[in-house]
Design a protein around this ligand. Sequence first.
Ligand code: HEM
Length: 350
Amino acid sequence: MGWPLIGNLLAFIKDFSSGQPDSFINNLILKNGRNGIYKTHLFGNPSIIICEPEMCRQVLSDDENFKFGYPKSIKELTKCRPMIDVSNSEHRRFRRLITAPIVGQNTLGVYMERIEDIVINSLEEMSSIKHPIELFKEMKKSRKKISKILQPIVEERKMMIKNGEHAGERKDLMDIILEIKDENGRKLEDEDISDLLVGLLFAGHEKQEEILRNRQTSQKRLSLNEVKQMVYLSHVINEVLRCANIAFSTFREATSDININGYLIPKGWRVLIWMRAIHMDSIYYPNAEEFNPSGWDDCTVKAGTFLPFGAGSRLCPGGDLAKLEISVFLHYFLLNYRDIYEPLILTRRY
Ligand code: HEM
């Protein structure tokens, strides 16, 4: 780890020690009641914390009065400045270029087979290890392989830039693409994967067997349509994203004095949109502390109450891809393997 990174890490920890983990926010909510907006001081800036769905939605959708407002230490750590430090119109342009290859169900079909191969091979490899393994660590490796699926796109975009097909774009467009790839690798590691496994403990593999029973015998591979039929699995994934999403909050900065639901947010103030507080609020989710995938049965999500991928012009473009990867992994894991021990030995079911 180089010195600049350590420096940023320290700055980040110092910023965080001005306090905003979940417990801090929860105390704030308990102390102040539930009007959904709290004034505080974060990262050396006067700040507002918002945890009311409609207000969150409004702030995330209002590009005129708010801009991406991450504190400096976070920007340095995440190294995704090019997507952050650009005007709204530049952001729209870059976003179109970067997201086209990963947005939309039909587009995602292209990656199906390769994700499936990586998942199957990784699980086989893991189950062939005869000593206990740390599943999370092993899974990180397969996640890295999956993120490499996007490599050809990165190469293609590099060529487009080299050939001047994007003359006039910022010089660091290539960096943007490479950094997105980095971010992509980083985001689904560690916490995401371990959180996901908590969900696994509750999910049965019968539903996945049902998918196979309804399949033509000639069909060998998992299809996108089958993934769409994995209703229970999608509820497990939603529930993991609700309870334990790594993206629990995001920042904006007010670019002018702006009134939100009767509250004046002064220009220059940071707005911390605390999605986790909404996800864990029993007003919107009865027994919010419980992990309960069945809560998603016949559930119509009220606007702004489920924001694992954000909202508005910066809505996560990788959301569907992430869910697809998780679904394919869970499908094979539940179908073919059994028993989670502590420590773990992964064993083939049949
Ligand atoms: C479970 C997995 C993921 C979660 C929870 C997640 C969450 C989020 C959230 C909340 C944002 C919005 C941040 C904001 O508005 O401030 C975001 C943005 C973004 N995500 Fe994800 N993400 C995930 C996976 C991915 C993947 C797999 C990719 C790429 C393949 C990706 C690429 C991006 C990009 C490029 C942005 C910036 C979009 C923009 O600023 O226009 N994400 N993500």
